[in-house]
Design a protein around this ligand. Structure first.
Ligand SMILES: Nc1ncnc2c1ncn2[C@@H]1O[C@H](COP(=O)(O)OP(=O)(O)OP(=O)(O)O)[C@@H](O)[C@H]1O
Length: 284
């Protein structure tokens, strides 16, 4: 169990964290959502013991040799060495088993091929992220913190990293905290979400509940939507291929029926949620 309790931090540039409290249970994946400069990295650095908070404390109940491991900003790698040698060096630094079998086991755990013997400077961003996670996993930590793990990855890279994170939480029973400013990516793998803005937690909750509570925008796809009379009763933004309609979720069945009555066949109706909405309208 990882608990950050009443954490505050002020830099000369201003207040970066303001009385932040978070909890993450073993096997749980928590997402920290926030815009640039919201305080995500500062919180991660405090949790990892890299920055001292002005007030508050971090408590990790752990029987494992390493309470917490993680990647903050980018994984720090020796780019001129291969993945195996990177892991061997970090295992030496962290006092983790550095024999070939143990290193290969970690490579397999994060889905890196044992056959790649070339320097990691040749690796794709996704592979570098995996190697960073492998280094963080050395010594079997209780908690894993990943700062913007999906940044720069293509959709296939995101999907496969999401799968890795989900597997790690479930199989290794690790408490995982990851940050992002993108709703769609973080909502795919997190059990619980915290929303941070200007250093404060402004919203939080079980992911599904938080999302359904705040959805007010639906993307509707159909032919001839621009001429639909039904939509004249709603706030609508027309896109090239869809119309974004603002309304309560309970109004959607009637809206779709009215469109059908007009002869407009809806082919997709997708709920949309932006970070701005989660920041703007906190939970009651
Ligand atoms: N070492 C530092 N010295 C001075 N100010 C800092 C320092 N680190 C962070 N800050 C400031 O604290 C605030 C929060 O920064 P932080 O990096 O924690 O945000 P973030 O949510 O991680 O942003 P991003 O998504 O852009 O990485 C920002 O205003 C930032 O400029």
């Amino acid at each position: 169990m990882l608990t950050g309790s009443n954490l505050s931090k002020t830099y000369p540039s201003g207040k970066a964290l303001d009385n932040v409290t978070i909890h993450i249970a073993p096997g749980q994946i928590c997402g920290l959502l926030g815009r640039n400069g919201a305080g995500k990295s500062t919180l991660f650095k405090i949790l990892c013991g890299l920055v001292k908070p002005d007030t508050g404390e971090v408590i990790i109940n752990s029987q494992r040799p390493k309470p917490i491991g993680g990647i903050i900003e980018r994984p720090g790698l020796y780019n001129y060495l291969n993945a195996f040698d990177n892991l061997k060096i970090f295992a030496g630094i962290q006092g983790a088993p550095a024999d070939a079998a143990s290193i290969n086991q970690v490579l397999v755990k994060v889905g890196l091929p044992l056959t790649r013997k070339d320097p990691v400077r040749n690796f794709s961003l996704g592979m570098k992220q995996r190697l960073g996670i492998a280094i963080a996993l050395l010594n079997n930590p209780e908690c894993l913190v990943l700062d913007e793990p999906f940044s720069g990855l293509d959709p296939i890279g995101v999907t496969s990293l999401v799968q890795l994170i989900v597997n790690l939480a479930a199989k290794e029973n690790i408490a995982i905290l990851l940050s992002s400013h993108l709703m769609s990516e973080i909502s795919k793998c997190c059990h619980f979400l915290y929303v941070i803005d200007q250093g404060r937690i402004v919203n939080s909750g079980i992911t599904n509940q938080l999302i359904s509570r705040h959805i007010r925008t639906f993307s509707i796809t159909a032919n001839q939507l621009a001429t639909a009379k039904t939509l004249q009763n709603y706030e609508v933004k027309y896109g090239i291929n869809d119309a974004k309609v603002t309304c309560d979720a309970k109004d959607i069945p009637a809206l779709l029926q009215n469109l059908l009555n007009e002869g407009i066949k809806v082919t997709a109706c997708t709920p949309e949620l932006t970070l701005e909405e989660l920041i703007k309208t906190p939970a009651v």
